[in-house]
Design a protein around this ligand. Structure first.
Ligand SMILES: [Ca+2]
Ligand SMILES: [Ca+2]
Ligand SMILES: [Ca+2]
Ligand SMILES: [Ca+2]
Ligand SMILES: [Zn+2]
Length: 479
């Protein structure tokens, strides 16, 4: 969904009384519509170098918006507004200074500009514009090409070169209350209990108010990288806030939607920060609190993550969401990834690794809640020993301990990845792992996938680092 473009602010506001008194001087005033109950909203003289774009009625009157032109050509960013409210009218003048432009005849043809913009998509529309002077510079003429990739491309009308590319989509930040990554870790308290989803079971200090980035501005938890698909009505309706303020506590099922959106937006943003622009590079669908099972899952055919409410609501623990996102990542990298017990265990192991490394960003590695412990909060409802962990990244298991159950065996794989992380730090390790995964076969063996990972390390960083990765897999009996 796209929002109406925002206009620049900060223009000088001038009382329009003087203009009203000199309206007879001539320039064609656009007639302002009469507003019921607001006598005195008179027509104001407007400058000759603007054209009317729209008139909007508010409770107090009318608002006429104009675009600036220069010899009939629109001036980028230049605007003018007359606000006729009640007995008063005022002008906001956002016109730009245009100097040094001798002619408004383009040196290159429209078709050449459209071709030049091709790298940013096919043209939907194009128009000639005046680009006002930069700091001390003269105004220039350009073709503005809007493409089917939601880009606005400026092509200099003299040189034919692309001078600026703007993403037209308006992405919004909201705010949300979340657990980061979960209350057990945040409070360093292994004795917290779910308390049947009661607010009183978790102190307010476990919450964090964060920026929810990349929202589409629709008021729903929909954005560039995460898309909560809950229905608008029903048992677990989609959270909605026209002000993009999503401040719920855990007893409200919208809290899990916020927590899940935040987790997914953050992990995708992290992946991009590592240099990847094509790893599940889309809004991941999230169906939150829509099953009462004590489980969450990724469904490849639907490309959807489903988050359950059994025990501790899974959506209250970001490590659960990140684990499921790991499956979505691999499914995006390799069509049909995960068939067979080796690939299946790699799927579980990578999801655990991803959850662990995402918590590294903001959680401390302590004796109470070590990084290697996964889903510290969700697992309080089904484990009795502390620390509460569904699984760990540092078990002593090797291939000799395989059971054939993919989650169990995933601990062997994840331990190797974790050793790479310990050797290189999270950024470099995760970069190697993600790069390697592009080349895994859908039903890869452990040995083949491990070798691809060694190869990726070698290609990215050289033989010495490749040997470190090799050693990590060797320690688990994989290579
Ligand atoms: Ca909850
Ligand atoms: Ca996906
Ligand atoms: Ca649960
Ligand atoms: Ca953890
Ligand atoms: Zn899984």
């Amino acid at each position: 969904m796209r929002r109406t473009p925002l206009l620049a602010t900060g223009a000088v506001v001038a009382a329009v009384g003087a203009l009203l008194s000199t309206a007879a001087s001539g320039s064609a005033a656009a007639p302002l519509p009469a507003v019921a109950g607001t006598p005195g909203a008179a027509a104001a003289a407007v400058p000759a170098d603007v054209t009317l774009v729209q008139v909007r009625r508010s409770l107090l009157g009318s608002h006429s918006w104009y675009a600036q032109t220069y010899r009939g050509v629109p001036v980028l960013g230049g605007w003018y507004a007359v606000h006729a409210t009640g007995a008063t009218a005022s002008v906001d003048d956002g016109r730009q200074v245009v100097t040094g432009l001798a002619s408004v005849a383009p040196g290159v043809a429209r078709s050449a500009a459209v071709t030049a913009a091709k790298a940013h998509g096919n043209a939907r529309a194009s128009r000639l514009v005046v680009v006002p002077a930069g700091a001390g510079g003269a105004a220039t003429l350009a073709w503005q090409v809007s493409t089917d990739q939601d880009k606005q491309v400026l092509v200099d009308a003299r040189s034919g070169k692309v001078t600026k590319v703007t993403d037209e989509r308006r992405l919004a930040n909201g705010s949300g209350k979340v657990f980061d990554p979960n209350p057990v870790v945040a409070l360093q308290n292994e004795s917290l209990k779910d308390g049947n989803n009661a607010d009183s079971a978790v102190p307010a200090s476990a919450y964090k108010t964060v920026t929810l980035a990349n929202l589409d501005g629709s008021g729903y938890l929909k954005g560039s990288w995460a898309n909560v698909t809950n229905a608008k009505k029903g048992k677990t309706p989609a959270a909605f806030s026209s002000s993009l303020s999503f401040l719920y506590t855990r007893s409200d099922n919208r809290f899990e939607q916020v927590n899940s959106y935040y987790a997914v937006d953050r992990v995708q943003t992290y992946i991009q920060s590592l240099g990847f622009a094509d790893v599940n590079h889309e809004a991941q669908d999230l169906s939150v609190d829509t099953t009462t099972q004590d489980n969450s899952w990724y469904t490849p055919s639907q490309d959807t993550i489903t988050i359950g409410t059994g025990g501790v609501d899974d959506g209250e623990d970001q490590e659960v969401v990140w684990h499921e996102y790991g499956h979505a990542v691999q499914d995006d990298q390799v069509p049909g990834f995960g068939s067979g017990s080796d690939a299946g265990a790699i799927g579980e192991g990578f999801g655990d690794y991803l959850a662990g490394t995402m918590s590294q960003a903001s959680a401390p590695d302590t004796a109470t809640t070590p990084w290697a412990c996964l889903m510290d909060w969700d697992s309080t409802s089904y484990t009795s020993t502390t620390p509460h962990c569904i699984r760990r990244l540092d078990t002593a298991k090797t291939v000799a301990n395989r059971t054939g159950e993919v989650h169990d065996d995933g601990e062997i794989w994840s331990h190797a990845l974790w050793d790479v992380n310990k050797a290189f730090g999270r950024d470099k390790a995760t970069r190697i792992i993600l790069e390697a995964q592009f080349s895994y076969a859908p039903s890869t063996t452990w040995a083949a996938a491990a070798q691809k990972t060694v190869d990726a390390a070698k290609a990215l960083y050289g033989a010495t680092d490749a040997a470190t990765v090799q050693a990590a897999f060797h320690a688990r009996g994989i290579l």
